[in-house]
Design a binder for this molecule. Sequence first.
Ligand code: FAD
Length: 468
Amino acid sequence: MIVFEVFMTSSSCPTVTNWDALAKALGDMEVIRDPNQVEKLSKDYYHFSPILQAQLGDRVGDLVVRPATEAEVLTVAQVCAAARVPVTVRGAGTGNYGQCIPLAGGVVLDLSKLNQVKWVKPGVACLEAGARLAAIDRVTRESGWELRMYPSTYRTATIGGFIAGGSGGIGSITYGQLRDRGNLQALRVVTLEDSPQILELRGDAVQQVNHAYGTNGIITALEVPLAPAYSWAEVIVSFDDFIVAARFGQILGESDGLIKKLISVFAWPIPAYFVALKPYLPQGRAAVLLMIAESSLELLEDLVKELGGDITYRKSAQEASKGTMLAEFTWNHTTLHARSADPTLTYLQTAFAYDPDQEVLRHFYEHFGDEVQMHIEYVRMGGRVRPVGLQIVRYTTPERLEEIIQYHEAQGALIANPHTYILEDGGMKEVNPAQVAFKGAVDPHGLLNPGKMRGWLEQTGALVNGDA
Ligand code: FAD
């Protein structure tokens, strides 16, 4: 291949890339080579984990490219495939597990300029991958629709990054998680074969690329099912007791007639980390943060009374649209606030069993006490309302963290480990053969986000002593 020869410093070492030549081959595209900028754009929120801090702090790309069209993405793929240069895709870099940190250097492919809402039809929208979630909602709401779910990084995260690296969030109480059938309709991906191409995946075929950390295709556009848009009021309810607060969350989750988008439950001392909400979070009490349709507010009050809670904060959708969003204290923003108060704190992500009587939650709450502080998000999973934990952990040593994880799993609570950058080790704990096979077909040289997919590392013999 001609281009390949251009990029290599010809004589001595065939693995050294001529970055000047590579940048030149990208034509008019924005290329960033300033080392400080490249370092910044090589990082995400991996530092939430003390384990990942130690593993990933020194990993950076060699240059950043910002294509503005799908055709330019294809050019980047052609150039990088020819030069055998790794490509790590970046949306907004808000992932928590070092997903978009390049382990082997190469090109960081920043898709933030590919950000158009291409069309909106009743119940579905076609979006470019770098479109930010809040910006998408601003367009879809004009015709009465909104995203079914979004992470608490709503204002910054991109739809491509959410699909490739996220799991669910605000809205999951009604629509489940991103991996659930029906939450993603179609994708366009650019491949990294010798002759890169653009593929369209529709229906169940999208699962080959869904939540694969950009290891097996560069997503350029997506068709995403939407929900009817509501006016979301924000409410805080305070309870004496965490278990009663959790019962309230479960009952509200199961009350299908009450329209809601968020039910987040916090045991004390977590509310103490929410400095900006201090006046609404009484000392020593559990708190529930809610997004609820304005039309359901009156009926919510009866449930609050029944369980002995106090409404300490209430904003109409209009008021909530200005200033701080309650959602930015929930999901993984809780960890952000906790770590601002005490940077030694870290977190876990836990799928608890269906727990209608709060027996499971009571067990963990009492067993760990202050060492594992209870933060619960209610979500719909397999048709049932279930508690998901993003507990705040008082970190001491890697061994103790592992013990805590093992204890949860021995009790039947599945930990989606946020302290690993390996796709399968963090999520469902099993290799997805369809995703690995797709990678083999579209990225035969293993250039896409190398080092993150266990199934591929095992298949190619790149896994040494169990670690990437
Ligand atoms: P990035 O971080 O840039 O990328 C994420 C992964 O996707 C990387 O592996 C990257 O290589 C890959 N990728 C990005 N774009 C593409 C593309 N176009 N094609 C192929 N691969 C691509 N997550 C949740 O699920 N729910 C939450 O509520 C939530 N809350 C968070 C709160 C905080 C404070 C933080 C720091 C993180 C949170 N996250 C949450 C994680 C993260 O914000 C989300 O997953 C987010 O959607 C990632 O979007 P991004 O654009 O920043 O993606």
